[in-house]
Ligand binder design. Structure first.
Ligand code: NAD
Length: 415
């Protein structure tokens, strides 16, 4: 029997949500396909003088809600199937977060860590020339993702402008360096949304955020920002871990001091005033909130029954498997789904495009304020629907998103 791919599972999610949303069969059929799937093979000169050919993709799932938005992944195990699944998820994530954009994804099969800076820059430029027919500020504005960064995004934007006779067009690429049109709020974006998820969940459920205890797995771009911002709102980080191990202290761990420690030593273990615990103990820690912010599939059928937290906020992509999610819900654990909790990156990339289109650049506070308004609206719509229709937050988020996309498809007269 063939192994189910990421695209197979994405379609299963879609079909399940489509049933509850009462989606028109023609809309469902449209969303089970991609509007455009583009593959380009392009040469890149290596530092040793040899010429290597790389394969890159750009996928447009559906542009009913607006131009395509989604990241670019540089990874050796990248597959077309993964990108097809991720682009559908981006359609749903953009729709639920109120981002007027369709879903897309792209990437190059490569190991960026094995390339010199000069090779990486030539690869970024060749990729943009390769996928040029698919992109542009009004068509598709790719952002950063796994293996790409503000540096790669800046080179890509420069290549795009050079291809167009130096026509100023920073809105064509998001995630750039701040000095050339990037967002002041980009670095903390996803962590900021995770903090808002905790804060809005407390508000919705009548909890005092300053009395909440939090366990977090992951202290990278998402976890380190989320933990610091949550701590700054008064909640107590009681357990936290990274790939090297985890630590706990019931009196609280100061994530700002932990950040300095990790900057110096490269890892969490060894931080003063906390006891070492295993990663399994971290996930089973007796806290109010558990925030998996590291990897996918960390809470599974094997360990879901060990989870003691009352609320789980999915900061990583897919950290709770569908079967584990059902087990958590059966234990009355409230789950804030990834498409809502980690939508900060895509929303702030959309706001970066808005600023670039009008050459009007906002402070970090101003960007965050706009995102906050969008997030509160999205969260309350999902929360209300989950409550009224007695469905999970994950299902409510998908149903809301699919209904918005369906409306746009009908309004455009596509079906
Ligand atoms: P990152 O690479 O910056 O950090 C990952 C963290 O997880 C590190 O602290 C690492 O030590 C830890 N980790 C890795 N393997 C682990 C393991 N086996 N056990 C425990 N900890 C482990 O990554 P990131 O950008 O923070 O992304 C984290 C998750 O959030 C991923 O699922 C990513 O897809 C998702 N996400 C990220 C963004 C973003 O803006 N960066 C946006 C949306 C979703």
């Amino acid at each position: 029997m063939a192994v189910a791919t990421a695209w197979d599972s994405a379609q299963e999610n879609l079909e399940e949500a489509a049933k509850i949303a009462g989606l028109h069969p023609d809309v469902l059929a449209m969303l089970k396909t991609h509007q455009r799937v583009f593959m380009a093979t392009f040469p890149v000169r290596m530092d040793d003088g040899s010429l290597r050919f790389f394969t890159g993709y750009r996928i447009h799932h559906n542009h009913a809600l607006g131009p395509i938005r989604g990241g670019t992944r540089f990874h050796p195990e990248e597959t077309l199937d993964d990108m097809k699944a991720l682009s559908l998820w981006m359609s749903v994530k953009n729709a639920i977060n109120g981002v007027p954009a369709g879903g897309g994804k792209g990437g190059v099969i490569c190991d960026p860590g094995a390339l010199s800076d000069a090779e990486l820059q030539r690869l970024c430029r060749a990729y943009i020339r390769g996928i040029a027919p698919m992109i542009g500020a009004q068509v598709d504005f790719p952002g950063a993702d796994v293996g790409t960064s503000s540096k790669t995004q800046s080179w890509m934007m420069d290549e795009w402008e050079q291809m167009h006779a130096m026509r100023h067009d920073p809105a064509a690429i998001s995630g750039k360096e701040i000095g050339i049109g990037g967002s002041e709020a980009r670095a903390a974006a996803t962590g900021y949304g995770v903090m808002l998820s905790v804060r809005e969940t407390c508000k919705a459920r009548g909890l005092d955020m300053t009395q909440q205890t939090i366990a977090i797995q992951g202290f990278g771009k998402v976890g380190s920002w989320a933990s610091r911002l949550i701590h700054d709102q008064g909640a107590k980080i009681v357990a936290i871990g990274d790939v090297y191990g985890a630590i706990a202290n019931r009196d609280g761990i100061n994530p700002h001091e932990l950040f300095d420690h990790v900057e110096k030593t490269g890892k969490i273990p060894g931080f003063a005033n906390a006891e070492a615990i295993s990663n399994a103990e971290l996930l089973a820690f007796d806290s109010d909130f558990l925030i998996p912010a590291a990897l996918q599939n960390v809470i599974t059928e094997e360990n879901a029954n060990d989870v003691k937290a009352k609320i789980v906020v999915e900061a990583a992509n897919g950290p709770v498997t569908p079967k584990a999610a059902n087990m958590l819900i059966a234990k009355d654990i409230f789950l804030v789904p990834d498409i809502l909790a980690n939508g900060g990156g895509t929303t702030i990339a959309h706001l970066e495009r808005v600023q670039c289109l009008c050459d009007d650049f906002w402070s970090e506070d101003e960007v965050n304020k706009r995102y906050e308004g969008m997030f509160i609206k999205a969260y309350s719509e999902v929360y209300q629907m989950a409550k009224e229709e007695k469905i999970t937050m994950r299902m409510a988020a998908w149903v809301q998103a699919l209904r918005k996309i369906e409306r746009a498809i009908i309004d455009r007269g596509w079906i």
